[in-house]
Design a protein around this ligand. Structure first.
Ligand SMILES: [Zn+2]
Length: 135
């Protein structure tokens, strides 16, 4: 089974840009929403375009028919129980590591996301297909 890919071409490349782009969990969700629906969200059931965000569950609820859509389905963050902010920090960290010529290391990533080695290793596998090769 191939792993889902997320477009990271406009991901912040320095600390200041990163903090401006991802000040909180809602900002992370907004970023993910734009990656998944570049033309704007459209409800699978009724075609509605307006939603209530359910921030605590990474879910969007259609204002017309109340159908709920997962923000993380078919992305590397599928069914995650960790904040998206942690994932954004992981991506930022791994991209910086690549810029400096280092291979992704679960030992190095684990403290960044406050997780065990096994989790960090899993995250690297989830994110690797999305990472730019040339960095
Ligand atoms: Zn709907």
């Amino acid at each position: 089974m191939s792993r889902p890919i997320i477009d990271l071409s406009d991901f912040p490349s320095n600390e200041t840009a990163f903090r401006r782009r991802f000040p909180d969990e809602a900002a992370c969700q907004d970023w993910l929403r734009k990656r998944r629906w570049p033309e704007g969200f459209k409800c699978d059931r009724c075609g509605g375009r307006k939603t209530y965000p359910i921030v605590t569950r990474n879910t969007l609820e259609c204002k017309s028919c109340r159908h709920q859509t997962s923000l993380t389905a078919n992305t590397p963050f599928h069914k995650t129980r960790k904040p998206l902010m942690d994932w954004m920090r992981a991506i930022y960290f791994l991209m910086q590591e690549r810029r400096q010529g280092r291979k992704p290391s679960a030992f190095a990533l684990a403290p960044v996301i406050d997780a065990a080695y096994g989790t960090a290793n899993k995250w690297i596998k989830q994110l690797r297909p999305s990472m730019p090769d040339k960095l």
